[in-house]
Every structure is written in C-alpha cells, then in structure tokens.
Design a protein around this ligand. Structure first.
Ligand SMILES: C[S@@+](CC[C@H](N)C(=O)[O-])C[C@H]1O[C@@H](n2cnc3c(N)ncnc32)[C@H](O)[C@@H]1O
Length: 381
C-alpha cells in the first residue's frame, strides 16, 4: 500500500499582493522509508470543512524520480468558505479509501489518501496542524475517520528497530500496512459467505448472543479496533497503548459511530508493566495485535501481557497481523509456542504493488490460542 504523507502541512503564504495555500507531500511506503516508484495521477482539492464543497482542484503527477510534490492553490482575491482543508487523493475522485472485495478476494487499497487539518483565516489558523485524517469506506458503505499525529508528539516516541538490514524509525501514531490490512480483512471476512478464517467469524458472531469483549494491544491510532467496532454489532472494544497514544485515540473514538450496541474506549496499557486495575480480571474473547512484533526486544513483554490476559480468559482468540520485515520478528512466535500457544489458522493478503509486482509483500494474519489436547499446530512464521 502507498501512503500520501504531508511533509509540510498546508499553510497560507503571502507574496506581495498574492496569496497562496501551499503544502508539500510525498507518496511513501507505510513506514515512510521508501518513496513510491510508480507513475501516479493524483488530485489535490481545497474543500470547505463544513459541507465538503470543493473550492479549488488541481491534478498532479507523481513519478519515480521525484522525492516530493508541492501543492499550490492561488487564493488571491477569493472569498473562501473558511475553514478549509486540503485533500490529496488518487484521481478516481474518491475522498475516502475504500475497503473492497473482488471475486472473493479481500482487495487492499492501493493508495491511502490524506486530508489535512484545517486552515481558518477567521480564527488566525494560517498553518494546518501536523495531524492528518484518513477516511475509510467499509464494504457496508459506512465511512469512518482515523486521525494520525505526524507532529511533535510522534517525535518523542520514535522507535529504533535494531537490525542491520532494517533501519527505520517507527512512530506509534501512523497507520501501517498490517493494521490497515487487518481492518480491511475484518470487514471482508465479516461480510462474505465463505470467510477465509471461519474461526474468527465464529468468534465475532458470538456477539449475537453475548456482548463480544475485544481488547487491542498497541493500538496506535486505533484503526483496527475502531474498524471492528464499526463492523460488528454488540461488541465492546477496549483500545490500549502507551499513555502518549491516548490523545489521538480519544480523538478517533470521538469521531466515530460504532455499529449498533457496540462501544469503544481507551486505557493506557504498557506491556512492560503489570496489567492495569480493571483489566486483570476482565473477560476477553478477542485480543487484537497489529504490527507490534517488529521490535524483538519488546516481544517478551508483549508475550507476558498476552499471557496475563489469557490467564483470566484462557479461550481468548489472539488475532495477529504481521508484515514481516526481518527474521528477528520470529522471536515472538517462538515465545508464544514456548508458552503453549498454537496457531489455529492463518491467511495472507498481498499488500504491495499490483498483480505483476516482482517483489510482492504480504500481510499475514494469524489466529493463535492457548493449546488444548488434541489440537495440532499449523506452521506459522
Ligand atoms: C507499529 S505500531 C502499530 C499500531 C497499530 N496496531 C497499527 O497497526 O496501526 C506499534 C504500537 O505498539 C505500541 N507499543 C510499543 N511498545 C509498547 C509497550 N511497551 N506497551 C504498549 N504499547 C506499546 C506503540 O506505541 C505503537 O502504537
């Protein structure tokens, strides 16, 4: 998947008598460490925040040799319906990223479009905040938003992934392939007659009789748990991450309307510490973990947290989404096996490029559970 990222959020710039709205963006991989190496036709729109009306629009061309693209709207002499926002999207004209199914396949979006935060001359906001909104459209037509924090608070929480082959800075509040893919996959498997992971759907259907209790570890900006709460009725989804994630997650919770009788909340939960009060003895049916095992140093703490959760809910199903980036990530699977977990099923989704891609990348989704006598383990990583 490709991600539109604002390198410079939109700002109002005066040049003598002329006034412009200018910004700079790039099309990158999920970790932002690779630039898009394909030709892309894109559209940038300046829209009114209140009714979404497009005020100005321009087409842009991304090509493999460029590193960033400027977007410039000349607003000299225009009376704009402040507040306004900039959206950069594929040229198909959609303003939300569609989760789609094609011939029984869960089709992952190719490009994740981005909406800037607002500019509002009436309120003196001449530079948009460093947050972006990504909008997703589920198979049922419902749309939800995920805000990502790309500013200061991210810089404070950079992770350095220790491996000679993979040096990358990973921040907590960006959407990434494994999370987006799991969100799309949940939407897909819930809707189709012939789900890829029937055990997962069996668990989700439980909510018809009993309220499904879901807990997400390392939720980042919350895309997976928020999608689930939008898709599945009668579920209670508890999003957890480090305390620093709370602000952006609460913002995302506040701007969504879950499915009927479903609810979302956030609690800070650090894998390096004991489970917080109220979670220790919480009944959990489903544990979601997306894109959390790429730092092998934190895998022991993550596994201990999962063990603490299943000590109270031994039949809880763990749904793990991984895009393997380095062999050291397999430490997590070894630790899980050593602690009695078995992989009950798994599925793979193609996450990069098109069908002709020579170097395809996959997101893998695993269902793990504490082993029971008679259950044979499937091969995992
Ligand atoms: C790559 S992000 C994945 C975010 C989200 N699951 C997704 O797929 O979009 C990894 C997440 O793990 C969280 N994390 C890392 N160490 C943690 C710890 N010790 N306790 C709790 N969360 C942690 C980070 O804050 C970050 O949000």
């Amino acid at each position: 998947m490709l991600y539109i990222r604002f390198l410079k959020p939109p700002g109002i710039v005066r040049d003598h008598k002329d006034v412009f709205i200018k910004s700079l963006f790039a099309v990158t991989s999920d970790f932002g460490d690779q630039l898009c190496a394909q030709e892309l036709s894109l559209v940038a729109c300046l829209s009114a925040k209140t009714d979404g009306r497009i005020v100005l629009q321009t087409t842009l061309r991304w090509s493999p040799e460029i590193r960033c693209l400027p977007v410039v709207f000349d607003i000299t002499g225009l009376s704009l319906p402040w507040p306004v926002r900039v959206c950069i999207s594929p040229d198909s004209g959609t303003q939300s990223t569609q989760f789609a199914y094609r011939g029984g396949i869960c089709d992952l979006p190719r490009i994740l479009l981005a909406w800037s935060d607002v500019l509002d001359l009436h309120k003196g906001i001449k530079n948009a905040a460093k947050t972006v909104e990504r909008r997703f459209r589920l198979g049922n037509g419902k749309t939800f938003s995920i805000w990502e924090d790309t500013g200061e608070s991210i810089a404070r929480h950079l992770w350095y992934v220790k491996s000679s082959a993979f040096h990358s800075f990973c921040s907590q509040s960006y959407s990434r392939d494994a999370g987006v893919a799991l969100a799309a996959f949940l939407d897909f498997d819930w809707a189709v007659d012939d789900p890829k992971l029937p055990l997962l759907v069996e668990h989700l259907v439980k909510s018809a009789g009993k309220r499904l209790q879901v807990l997400e570890l390392g939720c980042g900006c919350g895309i997976v748990g928020i999608s689930l709460a939008n898709i599945v009725p009668n579920c209670e989804v508890l999003l957890t991450d480090m305390p620093e994630a709370e602000e952006i997650v609460q913002k995302n919770i506040a701007c969504t309307t879950p499915a009927e009788r479903s609810a979302l909340s956030f609690v800070a939960l650090d894998w390096e510490k004991q489970l917080p009060e109220g979670i220790r003895e919480r009944d959990v049916d489903l544990i979601l973990v997306a894109d959390c095992i790429y730092n092998p140093d934190s895998s022991p703490a993550l596994v201990q947290t999962i063990l603490a959760l299943v000590s109270y809910s031994p039949r809880a199903l763990l749904v793990l989404a991984v895009k393997f980036r380095h062999p050291s990530e397999k430490v997590f699977f070894k630790l899980m096996r050593d602690n009695g977990f078995v992989t009950e099923d798994h599925a793979s989704l193609l996450s990069s490029g098109d069908d002709n891609d020579h170097d395809p990348e996959f997101v893998r989704i695993y269902l793990l559970r504490l082993g029971q006598p008679g259950v044979t383990q499937q091969s995992d990583a």
